[in-house]
Design a protein around this ligand. Structure first.
Ligand code: LUB
Length: 214
């Protein structure tokens, strides 16, 4: 990063103060910085044990800056959970772009979700906040239903293309996939902070594939 001479730095600050784009840009950056710091703390300590001061210290901003972007801790938690779910459409699009069959897309997108549940702090924080949802006085997104709908659509296509064991109900199978993934990631989180999630999911996936394929 080039060291600006004081006049240049000053000019840039003035320009920043003047130009709405730069101000907007900085606001967006600060908002993301706060959301990421909150995700880190919510994933580690949970909602109740995380204070706005903790988030401000972790993000290197003032409490005022947080309240400017997220007026309450509940609104901040809701933003983290929404960011958790915002990860999935890209994942699905990437899986569908590989030219796989519908059933293989279903397994591929869950395989990539397992990696995100292990490695992505925002995904981990969103999962923890959903577990703690009864302690959070905010209208958090309803869990599980989004995944169930996406997987049910894929499994209906899989049935229509003869990929499913005859007599398999795609909607029921989608609910089982979601329950299996949820349980696998939750147990892995509780017992190993998801360090062994990919191995555990591979075991579950194999069993599910055997029961779903003809
Ligand atoms: C998924 C969790 C953890 C469902 O969809 C969700 O809400 C989920 C967080 O609440 O697992 C399984 C794909």
């Amino acid at each position: 990063m080039t060291q600006l001479s004081p006049p240049e730095a000053w000019l840039q600050q003035t320009a920043a103060r003047r130009s709405p784009d730069l101000r907007q840009e900085r606001a967006v950056r600060t908002r993301e910085q706060i959301l990421f710091a909150a995700a880190e703390l919510f994933a580690q300590a949970g909602f109740q044990k995380t204070s706005i001061k903790d988030v401000a210290d972790r993000a290197g901003v003032t409490k005022g800056a947080i309240f400017f972007h997220y007026p309450t801790k509940e609104i901040l938690a809701t933003a983290v959970v929404e960011a958790h779910y915002s990860r999935w459409p890209d994942l699905l699009a990437r899986a569908q772009a590989q030219g796989l069959s519908p059933l293989d897309v279903a397994f591929e997108v869950l395989d990539q979700a397992a990696v995100a549940f292990r490695d992505d702090l925002v995904v981990r924080a969103g999962a923890r906040l959903q577990i703690e949802r009864s302690l959070i006085d905010a209208p958090l997104p309803r869990p599980y239903e989004g995944w169930t709908d996406v997987l049910a659509t894929l499994l209906h296509d899989a049935r229509d293309s003869g990929e499913l064991r005859p007599g398999t109900d795609p909607d029921a199978a989608a609910r089982c996939l979601v329950a299996s993934f949820f349980g696998t990631q939750h147990i892995s989180d509780t017992l190993s902070q998801r360090a062994d999630l990919l191995e555990r999911w591979a075991d579950m996936r194999e069993l599910l594939a055997l029961s779903l394929r003809p």
